[in-house]
Structures are given as structure tokens and as C-alpha cells.
Design a protein around this ligand. Structure first.
Ligand SMILES: Nc1nc2c(ncn2[C@@H]2O[C@H](COP(=O)(O)OP(=O)(O)OP(=O)(O)O)[C@@H](O)[C@H]2O)c(=O)[nH]1
Length: 559
């Protein structure tokens, strides 16, 4: 079958559809999509534009194109002849407009100028050459409205002008112009294969309605509808959001090591040398490896003076008994420590900064008196007490909001002020033992470490030092093993009672108190949650005066 026979077939309406619009708005691609069923790869579409005109001769030479020109719209058989044109404003398109049945006027949805030219140039030109021909307005390249423009621009480089987000036209802009000109409006995308049929079916309808006015005797045109509204475009699904859980910083060595002397989730601050040195720590590690710290952190800082005195009497009774036992226990070891006393601090006659020596700190017994509550440092929150009569080495304890050095946020901490003679480095060595159960045996200040260990009644550590000095370090492994067993049991006890809990998990069937330092040092997920940017890492703690065990700790809610 050739082109002429279509014209001769009864009841087949041949429609000449002229496609016009600015350069590179997508006219040829739109025509090819309809006439040749051309589908293009993203690469072909993004390739630099070469001005083209689709040849009308295709209907004569290509059987497939001719077949595809035939269609049935509203029960009317039609043969659609598409005429491509140059986008160049100055070229003469008179030959194309002649005897046209409908004009498809295109602009690009990524090019506001092309829409402006619809009003200023194309519409007047069409009205000049074919005043009675119906017009359809088409916004091409709809996919660019939802595309990743950076990726598109990268692919179109270097010759094409980059598309800016502000270039993308919303549907309202096209509708406004169409309304103003009194013509139907459609949007298309060749990439998304959207709207091609809508455009040409409705172009055919416009042409047939216009023809029905002139050829009123053609009864088969009766059922032709006016152009229909286009169904909205369903944008492609956005890519799944990338949920980035920050990687916790690598944990070096044994788990509690990673928190040793770190301020992350710290709840105790030790002030050494009159506050010149600050050391952060975690109650749960200290209290489960040292009963002195357990006693300290379970003191009621809000107790009245009379409560306090009664408590103190009870404590001193117990203390007498303990010191008698302790003295016995240590008798065997004290000798070994004394042997080396000279070697450590024994450079007689040399002027040295005051350092801690055994017996250089006041004892509770020698002071034999507690300061009046009014004289004690209660801290800015009014919750605290003096400790100079409580135990050697300690001056005071109180609650205060301290700026977390990691986050800068204020956190409620227990501040423990230590005797000025306690030096930072040996004190840290003792804390390290309380976190890890191990001792750096090559330290030069082992005697000071032993003295602080004795002060804090960490007799195992004192024994470790003695073993090193007696060249019996091999025995220390057993001490470390026993340390871990003992601490594991105490941690279990704290977990079951919720002692020192600083977070509460709200579960379906109740609340579960827990300890951030323990969670962080044994689970990467918990570490990410409490040290990262999640809200759990900075939920504000309530007023300190309502602070009782875990009842007022921040709550982590798990759904
Ligand atoms: N993303 C996208 N690009 C398109 C679409 N249609 C056309 N293009 C691209 O737009 C550029 C111009 O397309 P053409 O169809 O050649 O434009 P034209 O209006 O015929 O241009 P002239 O021949 O110069 O008048 C080409 O690089 C096409 O690949 C579309 O629907 N989506």
C-alpha cells in the first residue's frame, strides 16, 4: 500500500500535523517516538544535539512508518502525517503550514526561553500562516523535572549549556500559557515514554473536530471528543535513602581500655592538684573494681548533717575492723615495698616537687573530725560533702554540670576533689588498673602507684607492684585473671540492681536500666548510638536534685 491509497480510502481521515518549536526542544524525538516507535538510550538522548528534521518522505519509503501512521481515534480511522520543521526563527516554514490540520507547538520544560517564544514568536507565526488550524501546546523533556541535574549536566558536557534547577518549569507555567492562548496542554518525555500517545491522539481529535465543522455531512466524525485532559505523570520512585550510621572509631585492645581517661559518657570528674588537672572516669568501672569508690559513689550527697554524722560513726567502726584486717593482709608485702623505697624517692638532699610518699596524707583518724556541713563544698547545685575526715586522699565530692569536652554539652557529673599531693600520672595508672586489671610494669613511678593503690585499698594492685619490685611479675597474670572474675560478678550485681545506671531502655514490657560505658565498650551499635549524632547521645539529664539511681536517667526508646 502506498501513500496515495490512504487518501483514496473512504472514511480514512488523513491528518497533516505540523510540529514546530524552538531549536532542540525535542520535536524530532517526539515525532520519531510516534512515527518509528523510536526508543532511545539515555546516552543517545544526552548526546550533544545535532539540529535535525525528520523527513516527511519516510511515509513513502518506509512501510513500517506508513503502518504506524494509521490509527483509530474515537472510532474514526485516521492516517497521521507528521511534518518536522526547523527550530530556527528566521527560516521560512510557509511550505509546512500549508493545508495543515493541526499544529503541535513544542517547548522544552527545561528551557524557559522556549516557553516565552511560544507566546512571542510561534503563536503569532502559526496564526499568520494558518489562522484556523487548531494548536496543541506540548512541554517536552518532562523527565528532566525529576532528574538528577548534576548527573545530566555531567553527561552533556562539554558542549551543551548546563541546565540549572531554576530552568525547570513546573506544570502550572505551561498550563497558564495554554489557558491564555485558549489551547490544550500536554507534557511528554521520550525517556520515560510518557505522553506521546496523549499528544498525538488529542492532536488528531482537534483536527477532526475542526474538520467536522467544515465537512458536517461526515457522520463518522460525530463521536469525536474534544481533546481530553492528560493523566498526571507518576514521577519515578526516588532512590532509597542512604541511612548512614556513623562508624564508631576503632576500639583499640581490650574494650574498657577504649574508655579509660576518656570523657565520652563519663560521669565522674577527678580534680587533682587543686583542680589544675582534670581526669574523667566512669563510675561503673571504678565502683566494680574498688570498694572505696563504690562507697564514695553511693554516698547520699543530699543527706542532712545529723544523717551524715550517724553514718560516719558507723563507717569508722567498720573502718577500724577493716584496717586491722588490711594491715594483716599487707604485712607480708609491705616489707618488699619498703625495700625499694629509697631507690624510688631516695635522692636525698635534692629539691623535688612535693610527691606522694607513704603516710604523707592525713588519715581520717588523725583529723578525727568532719568539717561542719556549712563549711563543706556543696558544689553549685548544693549537693555534696567534704571528705577530708572520711578517707585519706579525698577532699570533697559534689554534683555539678560539667561541659563535656567532646560535645561541649553540659552533663551532670560527680566531681571528686583529691588531695593536692596525688599526682596525675600514678593516679591514672591506678585508674587504668581499675579499668583493665593490668599494670604497665615498666613505669618509673611504681612506688607512687603502690601508695595510691594502698590509699584506695586496691590491694591487688599494690601486690602487683610488689611482685614487679621482687622480680616476681609472672604472678601478676593470676591477679589480672582474678580481677576480671571479681569484676564480672560485681558488674552483674550492678546490672541486676541498676546501680550506677545512666540510661534506661523503655521496652514493650517495662524499663531496663543500663550503663552506657559498658554498652559502648562491648557493642559497636551502642557505641554508634551514644557517641554519634543520635539524640540518645545528648538527651538532657533532669535536675540533679531529683537524681536517684537510674530513675531519672535518660531514656532510650526502642520500637
Ligand atoms: N531528557 C530528554 N531529552 C530529550 C527528550 N526529547 C529530546 N531530548 C533531547 O533534546 C535534544 C533535542 O532533541 P531534538 O528532538 O533533536 O530537538 P529538535 O526540537 O528536533 O531540534 P531541532 O532539530 O534543532 O529543531 C536531543 O539531545 C534529545 O536527545 C526527552 O523527552 N527527554
Amino acid at each position: 500500500m502506498d501513500i496515495d491509497t490512504d487518501y483514496e480510502r473512504p472514511n480514512v481521515e488523513t491528518i497533516k500535523c505540523v510540529v514546530v518549536g524552538d531549536n532542540a526542544v525535542g520535536k524530532t524525538r517526539l515525532i520519531c517516538a510516534r512515527a518509528c516507535n523510536a526508543t532511545l538510550t539515555q546516552y543517545q538522548l544526552l548526546a550533544t544535539h545535532v539540529p535535525t528534521v525528520w523527513a516527511i518522505d519516510q511515509y513513502r519509503v518506509c512501510q513500517e512508518v506508513l503502518e504506524r501512521s494509521r490509527d483509530v481515534v474515537d472510532e474514526v480511522s485516521v492516517s497521521l502525517r507528521l511534518w518536522d520543521t526547523f527550530g530556527d526563527h528566521h527560516k521560512d516554514r510557509r511550505f509546512a503550514y500549508g493545508r495543515s490540520d493541526v499544529v503541535v507547538l513544542c517547548f522544552s520544560l527545561a528551557n524557559p526561553n522556549s516557553l516565552r517564544h511560544v507566546r512571542t514568536m510561534w503563536y503569532p507565526e502559526i496564526k499568520h500562516f494558518c489562522p484556523r488550524t487548531p494548536i496543541i501546546l506540548v512541554g517536552c523533556q518532562l523527565d528532566l523535572r525529576y532528574a538528577d541535574l548534576e548527573a545530566v549536566n555531567r553527561a552533556r558536557r562539554p558542549l551543551a549549556k548546563p541546565i540549572k534547577p531554576t530552568d525547570i518549569l513546573p506544570p502550572e507555567r505551561g498550563h497558564e500559557v495554554a489557558k491564555e492562548l485558549g489551547i490544550p496542554y500536554f507534557e511528554t518525555s521520550i525517556v520515560a515514554q510518557f505522553g506521546v500517545k496523549d499528544v498525538f491522539d488529542n492532536a488528531i481529535r482537534s483536527a477532526l473536530i475542526s474538520r467536522r465543522h467544515l465537512q458536517f455531512w461526515k457522520s463518522h466524525l460525530k463521536r469525536v471528543q474534544r481533546p481530553l485532559l492528560q493523566a498526571p505523570f507518576l514521577p519515578p520512585r526516588p532512590p532509597r535513602p542512604v541511612v548512614g550510621i556513623p562508624d564508631p572509631p576503632p576500639i583499640d585492645g581490650e574494650a574498657p581500655d577504649s574508655l579509660f581517661c576518656q570523657s565520652l559518657c563519663a560521669d565522674v570528674l577527678f580534680l587533682l592538684q587543686g583542680g589544675a588537672t582534670r581526669v574523667f572516669a566512669h563510675k561503673v568501672y571504678l565502683a566494680t573494681s574498688c570498694s572505696k569508690f563504690y562507697d564514695l559513689f553511693t554516698l547520699d550527697l543530699l543527706a542532712t548533717e545529723s544523717d551524715w554524722e550517724g553514718e560516719e560513726r558507723a563507717v569508722s567502726g567498720e573502718e577500724d575492723e577493716q584496717s586491722r584486717r588490711g594491715a594483716k593482709e599487707q604485712a607480708g608485702r609491705t616489707k618488699s615495698l619498703d625495700i625499694d623505697k629509697e631507690g624510688e624517692g631516695g635522692a636525698r638532699g635534692l629539691k623535688r616537687p612535693p610527691i606522694l610518699q607513704q603516710g604523707s596524707l592525713r588519715t581520717s583518724k588523725s583529723d578525727n573530725a568532719l568539717p561542719a556541713r556549712s563549711q563543706c563544698p556543696l558544689g553549685p547545685l548544693g549537693a555534696g560533702r567534704g571528705l577530708s575526715g572520711w578517707e585519706r586522699g579525698f577532699l570533697s565530692v559534689y554534683l555539678e554540670h560539667i561541659a563535656d569536652p567532646e560535645t561541649g554539652r553540659l552533663r551532670l557529673m560527680t566531681v571528686v576533689s583529691m588531695d593536692g599531693l596525688i599526682q596525675e600520672e600514678p593516679f591514672q595508672a591506678v585508674l587504668q588498673y581499675l579499668y583493665t586489671g593490668s599494670l604497665d610494669e615498666s613505669r618509673g613511678d611504681l612506688m607512687q602507684v603502690a601508695t595510691i593503690a594502698e590509699l584506695l585499698e586496691v590491694f591487688d594492685l599494690r601486690m602487683m607492684v610488689a611482685n614487679v619490685l621482687n622480680r616476681e611479675s609472672f604472678m601478676n597474670q593470676e591477679i589480672t585473671k582474678a580481677f576480671h572474675v571479681r569484676r564480672a560478678n560485681r558488674i552483674k550485681e550492678c546490672l541486676s540492681k541498676g546501680t550506677f545506671a545512666d540510661v534506661v531502655f523503655h521496652l514493650d514490657d517495662g524499663y531496663l536500666p543500663a550503663h552506657k560505658p559498658l554498652l559502648i565498650s562491648s557493642c559497636d551499635w551502642m557505641a554508634a548510638m551514644f557517641r554519634g549524632s543520635f539524640m540518645e547521645s545528648y538527651i538532657e539529664e533532669p535536675h540533679p536534685l531529683s537524681f536517684k539511681q537510674h530513675s531519672s536517667s535518660p531514656i532510650a526508646i526502642f520500637g
